[in-house]
Write a protein that binds this ligand. Structure first.
Ligand code: PHE
Length: 452
């Protein structure tokens, strides 16, 4: 690597900076928007249980695998695989990751745009009288089916993402996440306490936390596993890329552990806000889908003194959490074009950003904007295919590549730099070679029946 390449790549300033940036990537709409949505659609508490198991047994395994590959090679996903196994078809993992990243970015930014729109609505007092679910339903439907608004906000989100990515790793990504993630955490705890205190919240709590095992089936497991990969930003090389900016002396195991833990905590807390509220104020079904949180959160804000202020703070932080994730989605393709094709950061960020915007248009118009797109639920399909299937497939290939091509021994060697006593070593080895790949294969095998 020459000096120019090194300075274009950059490094995290410290271990904490990495943990915050990686948590910033992991924590986002996946936790606050997508998690409650899939919990609601997949039977509640039993889903939550399978989800937590999936994070602990498989998510953590894949996270550590990606970080080890990334730090060892100091490269983007395509370059990383190429360095370990030159000129082999395995670099397909990298290309698949780039494609998946761009596709997720396209619909994810639509929802981030909704958060931006809701921020403006809150500031202008639109939710002040929104005490019943009928009101919040109508506000959401009117908003999400207005083509001009959704496209405008989509453009704003992708514009901000592109700008930050064009500024590079340290100046851009790191500076943002350091301050804002902790504030989000505190606000969410506060809102959960408020939701739990609503009269009638008990039914929501038992829907969310008391598993009904008769609801356990293949679909629940597929969505729980897919959600684990989505929420932890795994299966498309994000953590290979972020891992490539980690210094050799950092402890990968504890870093991965912290990211998994903080991400899961925020998701669980988001559910503790949504479900008690949902059941305390009837009118919205847990299966409401992509509009769920946008219909429920305003109901809380209309019930606390200074609700406008809390609402404004919440949607600001939601937007920030979303943007620390969109930048990690865009960073994967950008790192590829910078490393492998010698593009400048600016050019790569701008061109891929523009492309993602175009790709996002049909998703943006599929919540009422255009009838046909709404009918086929274009955004839902993108979310299912790229957010579940493609990430799970990518994670499978990463496990197989590490376990059988690069070799667990060499990976453990990489992990040992920064952590000489990795006590979970046998468990991790078992999971990366057998448990995770077999579980993912079984789930992918059944996908046709599940999706049909
Ligand atoms: N993990 C992010 C979230 O929960 C989304 C994401 C998925 C980011 C895949 C990067 C890669 O919001």
């Amino acid at each position: 690597m020459n000096a120019k390449e090194l300075s274009e790549r950059g490094k995290w300033g410290s271990k904490i900076a990495f943990i915050l940036a990686a948590s910033g990537s992991a924590i986002g709409l996946g936790n606050i928007w997508r998690f409650p949505m899939v919990v609601g659609q997949n039977g509640g508490a039993v889903f939550v249980l399978v989800y937590v198991l999936a994070v602990a047994l498989i998510g953590f395994t894949v996270m550590l695998a990606e970080l080890a590959i990334g730090r060892h090679t100091q490269k983007n996903p395509v370059g990383a695989i190429n360095r370990i196994k030159p000129r082999s078809p395995w670099k397909f993992i990298g290309y698949l990751g780039i494609l998946t990243g761009i596709c997720i970015l396209s619909f994810y930014s639509v929802v981030a745009g909704w958060a931006a729109g809701y921020l403006i609505k809150t500031v202008s007092g639109a939710f002040r009288g929104a005490v019943s679910s009928q009101v919040t339903e109508k506000i959401f439907t009117d908003f999400s089916s207005n083509p001009f608004q959704v496209l405008l906000f989509l453009m704003v989100v992708i514009g901000i993402t592109t700008y930050i990515i064009s500024k590079g790793v340290k100046g851009g990504i790191e500076r943002w996440t350091k301050v804002l993630m902790p504030i989000l955490f505190i606000l969410i705890i506060f809102l959960a306490i408020r939701a739990l205190a609503l009269p009638g919240s008990g039914k929501g709590i038992s829907f969310y936390l008391k598993p009904d095992f008769s609801k356990l089936n293949g679909t629940v497991i597929l969505f729980a596993l897919g959600q684990a990969f989505f929420s932890l930003s795994l299966g498309m090389g994000t953590m290979i890329t972020y891992g490539s900016y980690i210094t050799k002396s950092d402890n990968l195991v504890s870093s991965a552990g912290w990211v998994c833990l903080s991400d899961t905590l925020i998701a669980i807390l988001a559910g503790l806000i949504i479900f008690p509220t949902l059941f305390a104020i009837p009118g919205i079904a847990p299966t409401a889908g992509s509009g769920l949180i946008f219909k429920v959160f305003p109901l809380i804000f209309s019930r606390i003194p200074g609700g406008d202020i809390f609402g404004t703070l919440f949607f600001t932080l939601l937007l920030v959490a979303a943007i620390t994730s969109t930048i990690s989605l865009l960073e994967v393709p950008v790192a590829y074009f910078v490393d492998e094709r010698n593009w400048s950061r600016k050019k790569a960020a701008f061109l891929i950003g523009a492309f993602s915007f175009l790709l996002g248009i049909p998703s943006a118009l599929s919540s009422g904007g255009v009838k046909l797109l709404t009918k086929i639920d274009f955004m839902g399909k993108m979310n299912f295919f790229f957010g579940n299937v493609s990430l799970a497939f990518g994670a499978l290939l990463i496990c197989l590549f590490l376990g059988y091509v690069w070799g667990v021994k060499k990976a453990l060697g990489e992990i040992a730099s920064g952590n000489t006593r990795f006590r979970l070593r046998p468990l991790w080895t078992f999971s990366v070679k057998y448990l995770s790949p077999i579980a993912i294969i079984i789930i992918l095998f059944f996908i046709r029946t599940i999706a049909g």
